[in-house]
Each structure stands twice: as structure tokens, then as C-alpha cells.
Design a protein around this ligand. Structure first.
Ligand SMILES: *Cc1c(COP(=O)(O)O)cnc(C)c1O
Length: 391
């Protein structure tokens, strides 16, 4: 049995398990094999089975790319060696020196560093950072030279939500294309292409891989011209994932639907617990009615994902103490794995952003970010309770 046409008509979990993953033609292997080969033997010059060299194409990677495209409702998918390699491919392919980019002002720190230190200084791109939660702020930042609007939603670490449909319409009217970093929502909860965006980027290191055991990235689009040029760049620049890493992400995708449902359920329990705790100052979670963009999140996402940020009444000192006391929440960078992680953005993910700029955006030294895993929710709440209360 095969599932055709990118699984059109099938549900998300079915597509995650079947699209691109027909039994192996050579052996009948049910699971896509790890084609750990760099090259492919040709019958005669120019006569091959569609593969020549694994930077240009590899069957394990091809399976992953087809599956990921289906999950985003895209015609095309491309896999990269990391999320930042995927971002670099989009920016380098679709933009030329002198082009203007409007990007959100609460971005993943590594994206900001790539834009500011590599693509601006070395690549000649011009960036304006705008509050993408506020369409007027974006409108004021767009110029006739603006070629691309870069949106991250929900953002890292403050979990703000930007209106992808409204911003896409505005950018398109001005002749700019729209790329969305969909890492925090995962394709299970949000499909930016369906909301009007042109390009979706993921760090598959996070929810898509889901087990904190691989670094990877992806680009999805339904625009044939963009796809062809990004695919050309993928081969020409060469930041491709290896066969084993592609296989790990593909295996992760099989359980994405069930994992995301549990991440969401546990995150909501954690967010509610924190909201009611007397020692907690602020909680940032788009699933709480108190979140400033809760209604928008409900409109454009089918769930609120598993990321929760918060501060304590005791400020930085209390935060440092609590971070040493959690047992299940490990203090570590990254997110989206089955295990719960606790991150201190100021010294970890966002250390590259100057302190003044960071604090102006709300990323204070007392801010903690949780990647709520899929352990038993009661255990996670108990772990936070003891870490916060014993301070
Ligand atoms: C981790 C992350 C990235 C970068 O991805 P890598 O795989 O680490 O290169 C980009 N955007 C967001 C939102 C991320 O969380």
C-alpha cells in the first residue's frame, strides 16, 4: 500500500507515519533504511537510479523531505544540517546585497546573531527589527526595498504571537515575501503556509526530532521557483544532514502528533500551577487567557505547544536558587524533546544579545524558560513546586 500525493486527504498522524515512507524498493524493508553511502554506482555514464552523490540527494533524506513537506501542507520540503543552515539557505537564496529585511524583535538569539553578524556585515543585507505582534510597527518598518518579512511565532523566550495572516497580506501588498520560523509551534499546531506565508523554516532539532539526539533544519514552501533556487543552494553550499541524522528526524516525526498533544497538556498544567503560585511574578504561556495574544493564538494555532516562561517575585536571586533545585527539569539549552528542560535565556540562548537590548525586550536575568516534556504532568508540577517553594 502506498500513500500518494503527499498524503492529501489523510490526517496528520497518518501522514507523519506514511508519507515518503513506502516499503523499500530493493528489499521490502518496512522502515526507510539509513542509506549510509556517499555515492551510487552507475550502470553507464549518466545512467543511474536517480541518485549520484549524497550531497545532491540521498534516499533517507528524500523520505524525510517528502514527509516534512506533507506535514506543513507544502508542495516541497528541503532538509538541512541545522535550523540555522536552513535559515541561511532561505536568506542567501532569495535575497541579494542591498535588500531590506524586516524581522521580529524577539527572535531566537542565534537567528539574530546570524542576521546581525553574518548576513548584514558579510552579506550586505539591511535589517530593521520590528515588534511583529503589532501590525502598525511592521507597517512602519516596511520600505520599497523590503524583500522579506521574517516572523517567529510563538517567539523565544517570551512566547509572543504574531498574526501571520494579517502580516502576510500586508507584506504581499508591498511586494515582500514572508518567511515564518515555526519551530516553537511545530507543524502539528500551526501551518503558516495555510495562513498566507510563503516559506516555513524549522529547527528540526526541537519538536520535529523530539528526542534531543540530533541537530537539523528544514525549509518548506509551495512556491516552485523558491524551491528550485533553495534546492540549488542546498547542493551548492552543502549544509545537508547525513543519512543517520535524517533517519532520526524521520523517526521522530512518527510520534509528533501524540507527543505534541502531551506537551500541550503538561504545559497547560504547569502554566496554571505557576499562575496560581504566590512566589511567581509573571507567567508567559499563550494558552492562558491572561496572555495578551491568547485570542490570536486560539485563531491561528490548533494548540499552544509546550513552552512556558516565567519570573519569580524574588527576581534574579530566587531564579538562580530555583534553577539549582529542579530534579526533573534539567538546566540545559534547547527544547522540544520528550524530557523537560529549564533554560536561563540571559546566560544561555540569548547571551549573544547585548544586556541592555535584552532587558528592554523583557529578557531579564530572572526569566526562566521551560520546555515542558511528556513525563507525568503531576511529577513535573511537583518538581517545580519543590524548587520554587523551598526558596
Ligand atoms: C533552535 C532554534 C533555531 C536554530 O536551530 P538549530 O537547529 O539550533 O540551528 C532557530 N529558531 C528557533 C526558534 C530555535 O528554537
Amino acid at each position: 500500500m502506498t500513500i500518494d500525493d503527499h498524503g492529501a486527504g489523510s490526517g496528520f498522524a497518518t501522514r507523519a507515519i506514511h508519507v515518503g515512507q513506502d516499503p523499500d524498493g530493493a528489499t521490502g524493508a518496512t522502515i526507510v533504511p539509513i542509506y549510509q553511502t556517499s555515492t551510487y554506482t552507475q550502470e553507464a555514464p549518466g545512467v543511474n537510479k536517480g541518485y549520484e552523490y549524497s550531497r545532491s540527494g540521498n534516499p533517507t533524506r528524500a523520505a524525510l523531505e517528502e514527509c516534512m513537506a506533507s506535514l506543513e501542507g507544502a508542495r516541497y520540503g528541503l532538509a538541512f544540517a541545522s535550523g540555522l543552515a536552513a535559515t541561511t539557505a532561505v536568506m542567501s537564496t532569495l535575497l541579494s546585497p542591498g535588500d531590506h529585511v524586516v524581522a521580529g524583535d524577539d527572535l531566537y538569539g542565534g537567528s539574530y546573531r546570524l542576521f546581525d553578524k553574518v548576513l548584514k556585515e558579510g552579506g550586505g543585507l539591511d535589517f530593521t527589527y520590528a515588534d511583529t505582534t503589532d501590525p502598525e510597527s511592521v507597517e512602519g518598518a516596511l520600505t520599497p526595498e523590503t524583500k522579506l518579512l521574517w516572523i517567529e511565532t510563538p517567539t523565544n523566550p517570551l512566547l509572543t504571537i504574531s498574526d501571520v495572516a494579517a502580516l502576510s497580506e500586508m507584506a504581499h501588498e508591498r511586494g515582500a515575501i514572508v518567511a515564518v520560523d515555526n519551530t516553537f509551534a511545530s507543524p502539528y499546531f500551526q501551518n503558516p503556509l495555510a495562513l498566507g506565508a510563503d516559506i516555513v523554516v524549522h529547527s528540526t532539532t526541537k519538536y520535529m526530532g523530539g528526542h534531543s539526539d540530533v541537530v537539523g533544519g528544514a525549509v518548506m514552501t509551495s512556491n516552485e521557483e523558491s524551491y528550485e533556487s533553495i534546492k540549488f543552494y542546498q547542493n551548492a553550499a552543502g549544509a545537508v544532514p547525513g543519512a543517520f541524522d535524517s533517519w532520526l528526524v524521520l523517526r521522530g516525526l512518527k510520534t509528533l502528533a501524540v507527543r505534541m498533544r502531551q506537551h500541550k497538556e503538561n504545559a497547560l498544567a504547569v502554566a496554571r500551577f505557576l499562575q496560581d503560585h504566590p512566589k511567581v511574578d509573571r507567567v508567559y504561556y499563550p494558552g492562558l487567557p491572561s496572555h495578551p495574544q491568547h485570542e490570536l493564538a486560539k485563531k491561528q494555532m490548533s494548540g499552544f505547544s509546550g513552552m512556558v516562561s516565567f519570573t519569580l517575585e524574588g527576581g534574579t536571586e530566587a531564579a538562580y536558587a530555583a534553577m539549582k533545585r529542579t530534579k526533573l527539569f534539567h538546566l540545559a539549552e534547547s527544547l522540544g524533546g520528550v524530557e523537560s528542560l529549564l533554560t536561563h535565556p540571559a546566560t544561555m540562548t540569548h547571551a549573544a544579545i547585548p544586556k541592555e537590548q535584552r532587558e528592554a525586550r523583557g529578557v531579564t536575568d530572572g526569566l526562566m524558560r521551560l520546555s515542558v516534556g511528556i513525563e507525568d504532568g503531576d511529577d513535573l508540577v511537583a518538581d517545580l513546586e519543590s524548587a520554587i517553594s523551598s526558596g
